[in-house]
Design a protein around this ligand. Structure first.
Ligand SMILES: *Cc1c(COP(=O)(O)O)cnc(C)c1O
Length: 408
């Protein structure tokens, strides 16, 4: 099969809307345009039925009741609603929260905001693979702890957190547990009961649905989670999130979840094979490579590599025609090295030299082979210009770079 450029290998930043998802959404723009809050005529009923069917589809994928799903504008809003909503509702109980240093900005900046308002937040460190130690979570719990928020899968390095263990600890101590699962939902199977999570954030555009739609799962029984709404208005979503529902968006998210559920049988294994194909090829032909994230407990579609003696930005330029991201997709407008990579203990050089490959439905073996060849050739060319690389080959220790590369 011929390859067409550009190649999209950045599926952790966003995904295209799947054709069947788009077809499911289509009627809800021009013909079935009703407002689900209109209770007095069929235009509203038709829209409401579609939104409720979509809610059931999202709930089915997460293993919860439809009534436990709150529609939002995306995982950013879901995280804000979960964390600020719980902080406000449980103020009497306490003002302490626990999270990790490698959360998405939507969690970290929300926590920082709460700190300004008098909350205390513990930011747990991660090990070299990006994992939070459940023992650290347990030790951080205080009498006044109201929420633990730990992401299911990291967007940069793909590392999966020990959610089941953390869920068990949270339950044992009677502390609410939220997880940002924007990168996990639709990519690997999950159940909110197995995880013992009380709140879970999801985003449609990370799993072949449209942008601008998300969901927050809020446990209704054992315990019944209380939330103070963060958007005031007409009292939609049982008062949990006001604002007219994005009907086509929700229909699309529902369809994307139904599609993901079918694809969960085969797609994770296919993406894993593509990732390992690229990894094996790179490691067999290049030296001074550093795998960022956990070697096995990671999203099947994520490969994050630091190329020693190469600048990530130069490599990105050399890879014109291939859409990947360097450092962090969200912070790559700045030249700050990724805080996630720094939290793993990488030095700034290696953090700058990182590329994230994000595999998804459109990617093929042919594309992987093409990308691999281009990366190998570009890295070799850039290193040929690097005096540091020559010195390293001659066995001269270059600012400890070699050691840190070999340590992993
Ligand atoms: C993309 C992402 C978000 C933000 O989701 P939006 O729907 O784009 O607001 C939050 N958390 C993680 C882990 C993500 O990957």
């Amino acid at each position: 099969m011929a390859i067409t450029l550009p190649i999209y290998m950045d599926h952790l930043a966003t995904t295209p809307v799947a054709p069947e998802v788009f077809e499911a959404m289509r009627p809800y723009f021009c013909e079935r345009f009703g407002n689900p809050a209109s209770r007095s005529h069929p235009f509203g009923w038709v829209a409401e039925e579609a939104v409720e069917q979509a809610r059931a589809q999202v709930a089915h994928l997460l293993g919860c009741k439809a009534a436990e799903i709150v529609w939002t504008s995306g995982a950013t809003e879901s995280n804000n609603l979960a964390i600020k909503g719980v902080a406000a509702a449980y103020r009497e109980k306490g003002r302490h929260l626990i999270t990790s240093r490698i959360e998405h900005h939507a969690v970290l900046d929300t926590c920082k905001r709460l700190e300004q308002e008098g909350c205390q937040v513990t930011y747990l460190p991660v090990d070299r693979t990006g994992r939070v130690d459940p023992g650290d979570v347990e030790r951080a719990i205080r009498k006044e702890t109201i929420l633990i928020s730990i992401m299911a899968a990291n967007n940069e390095i793909g590392t999966l957190q020990p959610i089941v263990e953390i869920g068990r600890i949270a339950k044992r101590h009677g502390v609410l547990f939220h997880t940002d699962a924007a990168q996990y939902v639709g990519k690997l199977p999950l159940s909110v009961d197995d995880w013992q999570v009380d709140l879970l954030s999801a985003s449609a555009h990370k799993c072949y649905g449209p942008k601008g739609v998300g969901a927050l799962y809020v446990r209704m029984t054992k315990p019944r989670v209380k939330l103070v709404p963060q958007m005031d208005g007409g009292g939609h979503e049982k008062g949990r999130r006001s604002g007219t529902i994005n009907v086509p968006g929700c229909v699309g998210f529902g369809a994307a979840c139904a599609l993901a559920e079918r694809e969960l049988q085969t797609e994770p294994a296919r993406l894993l094979a593509l990732r390992e194909r690229l990894r094996n090829d790179l490691w067999s032909k290049l030296d001074y490579l550093h795998l960022n994230g956990h070697p096995t407990d990671r999203l099947p579609g994520n490969l994050n590599v630091s190329f020693g003696f190469v600048e990530g930005e130069s490599l990105l330029m050399a890879l014109k025609g291939i859409a990947v991201s360097s450092g962090s997709a969200c912070t790559s407008a700045t030249l700050e090295p990724s805080y996630v990579l720094l939290a793993l203990g990488l030095n700034a050089e290696l953090a700058h030299a990182s590329i994230r490959f994000g595999f998804g439905r459109s990617n093929t073996e042919e594309e992987v082979d093409y990308v691999s060849a281009r990366v190998i050739e570009s890295v070799a060319r850039l290193r040929a210009l690097s005096p540091l690389y020559d010195m390293a080959l001659e066995g001269i220790d270059v600012k400890g770079t070699q050691r840190s590369l070999h340590a992993c």
